[in-house]
Design a protein around this ligand. Structure first.
Ligand SMILES: Cc1cc2nc3c(=O)[nH]c(=O)nc-3n(C[C@H](O)[C@H](O)[C@H](O)COP(=O)(O)OP(=O)(O)OC[C@H]3O[C@@H](n4cnc5c(N)ncnc54)[C@H](O)[C@@H]3O)c2cc1C
Length: 671
């Protein structure tokens, strides 16, 4: 088995399941934490080991990137079985292209969804972006906005390496599938997912539209049970195949952007769309495109709009910090303070209105109404409607609260009243996303047991302050009191494990299995310990013994067997030093020093047994240096006539031992 060491980027890049298992065993032996990074789109603490730093790694942890994990002997991460309508995919494969993949491996052509599409296949739903890696998307129970299909529903098989290094091949259709249902959404706490298998559907195109209206002008009864010919929000989400609402709740704005789509059927194809075979996609554009709203993709103004929005939010969100830094003169300060005072009530609403124009607003260039925006597209490109948002230009933090869908109207009223009463402190400058998720059978999916409504509150990532303490608690307090809330595992969430435990019927079973899968808590970081209330792990607590590796590696064996020779040395040095001294031709009156050396050799013996039994590969070369040093010392003493031949003989035995280990290390490296 090849030894795997840390890369220059601070990550370990295992290329096989064996190497993943090796890292896990090493973590157990050295008491390190282990986490896997997918595409890094969750909040950082949920992903990494406790002290991970980009480019440095973590001295107490092993952070893994699965970019090198391919099907044996290939550079492929995807295996499609058209006869079975299934795909096996390595967990590090990205759903789509990830522009910020640190390994630089991701591209569109090697992405999962694109390869499915090329083979005429698809999954029925994906999330708002597709940068994620398969393992990361599954681990957090991520899902798109549909009550009619879900990515997780398609999962039929998982390959997972648990906290002891054991490989589990789990299938949904196994008669005892508890472990599958628990591991499907397990936040990296059960082990490392290395492969997943999904059932597929035929590929499809989507067609849809986006409308922007005032709250009253919306064609959905947003806060009621449905009236005046308008469906309730629940009805709308149940009837619409794909839907996502974006609420701009600011005072004087109060707008709702409704994105909806469905699969295209034969009657949807026309001269504009082309036929299903010669399809001419007209993709959705997230930012307003002035002057050419019919074919927005060709206008090219979207990137500029995104850049301007990012700049505006950066300045607005760091106002106080900028003022402190620039230290302007008194007059300028007064002026800027007036601007700051006008910001929430006047400047912000005007800017949002420009970026989120009502359908009835006139386009400044064409003087035609701005919307609604119609779009049609291939499934994998059209469904992730936020995919073109740049993580660096417009970075966003989220807390996403999942609530049983039957409570939707009540939640909406509560939120509306809260926004109106609290004003800017609650609305902030950004929006709130509303969507749904289909009931899931994965125990820890926030939609376990029933369809849910999701309230996803945005925070601009470059804002000063910490949303987890400065902004989100007001929403957690507001909604957890009256509703059974669960939280998206990849986004900000409160620390309240007792509350959470009550929300998940299978919580206890999940925790019991977690303990079995990861007995030494190598996957449990401080973040997850707090969020899930996992008992503190102290070094006083005895380690649960791990199953020993089936075979000890060659270098480990050489160190282990040499340990027995050292035991002999220790016994002789401690028990009968005079005998040894006589052999070496030394005055027996100095025997006390030999006993002390016996103690030191005893310590070294423990060290030899520890590193060989635990297979701590990084330390195998140390005994080679140590025994060579003993030999060189003995040789020098002998050559300069300070010691008898017996001393040199001891040195030679050490030297031979060192060469034995060195040979084993080299032959293993060659292999
Ligand atoms: C702009 C944006 C849009 C988003 N849109 C949506 C959306 O529409 N719907 C939705 O539900 N969510 C959405 N999310 C959240 C996102 O889907 C989740 O955070 C998801 O987990 C990210 O996947 P990732 O590959 O980046 O995983 P990471 O964030 O890197 O990791 C997520 C978790 O999975 C663990 N993990 C990763 N790989 C493995 C593995 N192989 N084995 C075991 N554990 C593993 C990690 O340790 C971590 O705990 C969005 C996030 C952003 C930033």
């Amino acid at each position: 088995m090849d030894t795997i060491s840390i890369g220059a980027d601070g990550y370990y890049h295992p290329a096989s399941d064996d190497q993943v298992a090796q890292l896990i065993k090493r973590a157990n032996a050295e008491r390190l934490k282990v986490r896997v990074r997918g595409s890094g789109h969750s909040i950082k603490y949920a992903i990494f080991t406790d002290h991970f730093r980009d480019g440095e790694g973590d001295k107490d942890g092993i952070d893994i990137l699965l970019d090198q994990l391919n099907f044996t002997g290939t550079d492929q991460k995807v295996r499609i079985d058209k006869a079975k309508n299934e795909v096996r995919v390595k967990a590090g494969c990205h759903l789509g292209y990830d522009p910020y993949d640190p390994a630089g491996v991701s591209n569109l052509v090697n992405s999962l969804l694109y390869q499915l599409d090329q083979e005429g296949l698809a999954v029925p739903d994906v999330g708002g972006i597709i940068h994620q890696a398969v393992g990361g998307f599954l681990a957090t129970g991520s899902s798109g906005g549909s009550l009619m299909g879900a990515f997780g529903d398609q999962l039929v098989g998982l390959r997972l390496i648990d906290g002891t290094g054991e490989i589990h091949k789990l299938r949904r259709d196994q008669p005892q599938n508890d472990l599958f249902l628990a591991a499907g959404v397990s936040m990296g706490l059960f082990g490392i997912i290395t492969e997943a298998t999904f059932k597929l559907v035929p590929k499809f195109n989507i067609i849809g539209e986006q409308t922007t209206t005032t709250l009253d002008g919306c064609t959905i009864d947003l806060f009621g049970e449905g009236s005046g010919g308008k469906p309730s929000l629940e009805e709308f989400l149940r009837q619409t195949r794909y839907a996502r609402l974006m609420w701009w709740p600011q005072n004087k704005v109060e707008r709702m952007v409704v994105w909806k789509a469905r699969d295209m059927n034969d009657s949807d194809y026309n001269a504009q769309t082309g036929s299903a075979e010669r399809f001419k996609a007209n993709p959705y554009e997230e930012f307003p495109v002035f002057g050419d709203s019919d074919i927005p993709a060709e206008s090219g103004s979207e990137d500029i709009a995104e850049g301007i929005a990012g700049l505006f939010y950066s300045v607005a969100g760091n106002w106080h910090r900028l003022l402190a830094k620039l230290q302007p003169s008194f007059i300028v300060r007064v002026f800027l303070n007036i601007v700051g005072w006008l910001y929430p009530g006047h400047i912000l609403p005007a800017v949002i209105k420009a970026f989120v124009p009502l359908d009835t607003d006139l386009d400044p260039i064409t003087h035609q109404p701005s919307g609604p925006q119609k779009f049609w597209d291939v499934w994998w490109h059209g469904l992730p409607m936020d995919n073109d948002i740049d993580d660096k230009l417009v970075p966003t933090d989220f807390t996403e609260i999942w609530i049983p869908i039957s409570k939707m109207a009540e939640v909406m009223r509560k939120l509306r009243d809260f926004y109106r009463e609290t004003g800017y402190a609650a609305t902030g400058s950004y929006s709130c996303e509303l969507y749904s998720a289909k009931a899931s059978d994965f125990w820890m999916s926030p939609s376990y047991g029933g369809d849910v409504f999701r309230v996803d509150v945005f925070w601009f990532g470059y804002n000063e302050g910490n949303p987890a303490t400065d902004y989100y608690p007001q929403f957690w307090n507001l909604l957890t009191k009256d509703f059974d809330c669960r939280f998206h595992w990849g986004k900000h969430m409160p620390i309240n494990p007792d509350y959470l435990a009550k929300q998940y019927p299978k919580w206890k079973e999940f925790m019991a299995l977690r303990e079995k899968m990861d007995p030494n808590q190598i996957f449990v970081t401080e973040y997850w310990r707090d969020r899930l209330g996992i008992e503190p792990y102290t070094l006083k607590q005895p380690l649960v013994p791990l199953k020993p590796e089936k075979t000890m590696s060659k270098p480990a064996k050489t160190i282990y067997y040499f340990g027995f020779y050292m035991i002999l040395e220790v016994v002789l040095l401690l028990w009968s030093p005079a005998f040894l001294m006589k052999l070496a031709g030394i005055d027996p009156s100095d025997a006390v020093w030999l006993r002390l050396i016996g103690g030191i050799v005893a310590g070294l013996t423990i060290y030899y047994f520890s590193i060989s039994l635990r297979q701590i590969r990084a330390l195998y070369p140390i005994p080679v240096y140590e025994r060579t040093a003993v030999f060189l010392t003995a040789l020098a003493l002998y050559l300069f006539d300070h010691a008898a031949l017996a001393v040199l003989m001891v040195g030679i035995v050490d030297f031979l031992g060192a060469m034995w280990t060195l040979w084993a290390l080299k032959s293993e490296a060659k292999k």
